[in-house]
Each structure stands twice: as C-alpha cells, then as structure tokens.
Design a protein around this ligand. Sequence first.
Ligand SMILES: [Zn+2]
Length: 474
Amino acid sequence: MTLTTWALAAALLAPLQAKKDPKAEFPTRWAAVAKRVAQRHVALARKCTEKKVHEMAWEEFQRAAALDPSNVDAQLALGRKLDKEKGGWVDTSATKPKKNEGTPAELKVRMKECADERLAMAAKAIGDLETLADWASANQLTEEAKGIWTRILRDYDPTYERALRATGWQLVDGRWVSPEDLARRSAGKQKLADTGDGEVAKDPSALERALGSTLSKRKSAHCFLEGNRSDEEMQELTRICEATRAMYLESFHLDDKALRRTIHGIFFVEHPQYVEFLERGSKLPANEIEDYKRSVNGYVAFGRMEFVNCQDKTTWETVKDDASHMTTHLLLAQQTGLGDNPPWLQEGLAYWFTERMLQTALTKCIRSETSTGDTRGKLDPLDWRKQIADDLAAGTAPPLREVMFSQMTTLSIPKVVKAWSVVDFFLTRQLDPFVAFLGNLKAKMKQEEAMTQAFGGKSLVEIDALWQAYAKER
Ligand SMILES: [Zn+2]
C-alpha cells in the first residue's frame, strides 16, 4: 500500500471504530473524574484531621462520599458500614461529627491552614472538572457541561470566570449578574419601553393657582405629574411611575382594577422653588414646613396619594429613582390601607422595584440615628447579592425579627439589604403567603402575628431559615 492509500484507509476506519456515542460515554468519564476529585477531598480531610480541625474534615469526607460512594476511606471515616443487603454504605451510631480540638488561638491558626489547603485543593478539583466540561462542550453535551460548571461555582469557586460565563452570567459595570437577574432587569426595561407617557394636561391645576405660575403637567391613566421640569423630563417620569405600577400589579398578580387611586407627583429642580412650594402650595401644617425646608428635599403624603421631589444637588438619575421609589410606597399604602407600613417592607419593596426598573437604589428614606448623611455607605443594588452572600458566610446577616421591627431611623444598610432580599424571596417564591401577610396588615393585625399566620403557623425564625436557604442557593 502506498502512503496515500494508508492515510485514506485510516480516515475511513477511524469513525467506524472510535466513535462511541459521547452521551453514553459521559457517565464513565464523569465517574473517573468524580473518583479523582473524591480522593482530593479525602486527602484534604486527612490533613484537617491531623490538625484536629475535625469539623472541616467531616465536611470533606462527606463531599468525597457524595462524589464517589465507593470511596471506602471516606465511608469509614464517616463511621458508616457496608450493608450488603441494601447494597450500599449506611450510617451507624459512629456516624457523628467530632468537635474541633484546641484552644481558640491554636484553632484559629490551624483553621486558616486548613482553609488554605482547601483553596489549593479546590483549584486542582476545578482543573479536573473543567477538562470534562470542555470535553462535554466539544461533544455537544450542553446540559452535562452546564451541570459541571454549576458544580464548580457551587462547590469550589463562586467567582470562577469561565464557569460564570458558561452558565449565563454577564459582567455588567464590573459586577457579575446572574441569568435570572439579567432576565428580570430586561423585563423591567421592556416594561418601561412599553409604557405610555400620558399627555400634556391643559387645564390649570390647583397647585398652579396656589403658586400663581405655570408648571409642566402630564396626565396618564393612573398618574398626574407636575413640576418645573421640561415636558420631555415629565414624559420620562410619567412612564416610570406608570411602569412601576404595572410591574407592581404584575408582581402581586393583581388585575388592573386594583390600586386605582391617582398618584400625584410634584417635581422641582432648585431648592428655592421647593421652598416656595412648601410655603404656598403644600398643604403641610405650618409647624412642619420649617423642618421640611431644612432637612429634606421632598416627602410623601399617603392620605393625598402625593409625593414631592426636589432635585437640588442630586442627579437626574436620583430623581427618576425617587419617582419609582415613591410610587411603590404609595401603591403599598393603597394595598394595605396603611400610611405607616413597616419600614423594612416599604424600603425593601421600593428597592426591589427600582432595581428591576432602573437598576438603581438612590432614594434614601432612611436616616440613621447615630450618624447623618453619607456615612451610611453607598446603596448599590449591583453589590447586594454579593453582600448577602458575604453576610451569610460570615454569619452576620441580621435576624429577620430585627429587620422587621426596625424603625426608619434604625434600618441600617445590612438591614436594608436583607429587607430587599426578603422581599425578593417573598415575591418570587412565597407570593401567596406574602399577599396574605399584607392582607393581615390591612386587617390591623400586628406584624409578627400577621406573618406567622400567613406562613401557616411558621415562626419568624423558621421563615428566616427559609430565606437563608433561598439566599444561599443564589
Ligand atoms: Zn422609601
């Protein structure tokens, strides 16, 4: 045979003998990788045991056994025995985790050593898994590949870039955003794009008569906005208020007949215009007007379904955020019939909607009792998922009860972030109990009873645990 015919024969033969079905081959390949990674966990567990960091060792043995049930070392270390009848390893009375041994100072050092070992092990495990994920992708096993990438993020490194990309995360303004959040945000943007911006209101308003000047005015199905901003700006604000309402109804599965009171928004650009309004156009009691001039640039009046915004030294982004934030407050007030809804609920909901709609959380109704102004830290919803994850890992997330019973003045940043996350959990996973809770508030039930009853008798601690499980998986 000539060289050419050899090559031809080889090319013809190769597909015939080698091409196994990748789908059928995957389980074998996975078993081999799982076996190797399980051995890595066992090796790490042994090092932890030597250092008497038994709790970490226990976790590592468990992971090894979960990955590769035939790993005898891991099973024996977990105090299990082989049950021939059941055909597997079963727990015995010896299956109990041991407490770490040593003084707190010693343990601190040894736990750090173990944590470093774990990081080194994780890097190697990622290498093993990644090779298989690449093979799966190269063989069009999309779901299998995704499963491995998800496992890398969950068990070894939640910030591993290739895994984030492969599972649909995107880098937005320097932060990774999950596929679910990307979908919700684009739904928010779509809602905004789909919403009308009302029409110019021609007749003079009560406020114009009181001020003796003309304002830009727009009227839409559920909103009436006026102020000394351009008509173009008023159009955008109208769209934001209407879209917030539409999204609110959608999120609570309410039909369009619900929450129909007209929302009245009033907008000023400069502080002196706002002061003039306070003196001549607002319906505030005289003794409150001085306070409002000094301390705040706007307010919300639940009885009149009205909010007032003055941009002053803030940005246009902040004005837009405020329009959505205050609309949310007024809708909640309509829903529960209460002017003084619990602060965590008001703020948590408002931030949830501004994040969806505008990806901002710039309005601060909260004033800390221990500090003023900017020392409260920046509220950037893009950082919140990470902050929650960090708080959970460090065990510093404030308990639900503390969040629920905070006043506006004591609702600190970690509590606000938790309030937002609890609202996220309730709206996306616990809508029926959430709606029942609001109904109970409307019926004048106290918060704890209202929530416990809505959640079928679960205590606040139990509801908090449900939230934790939800927050951890994200
Ligand atoms: Zn607020």
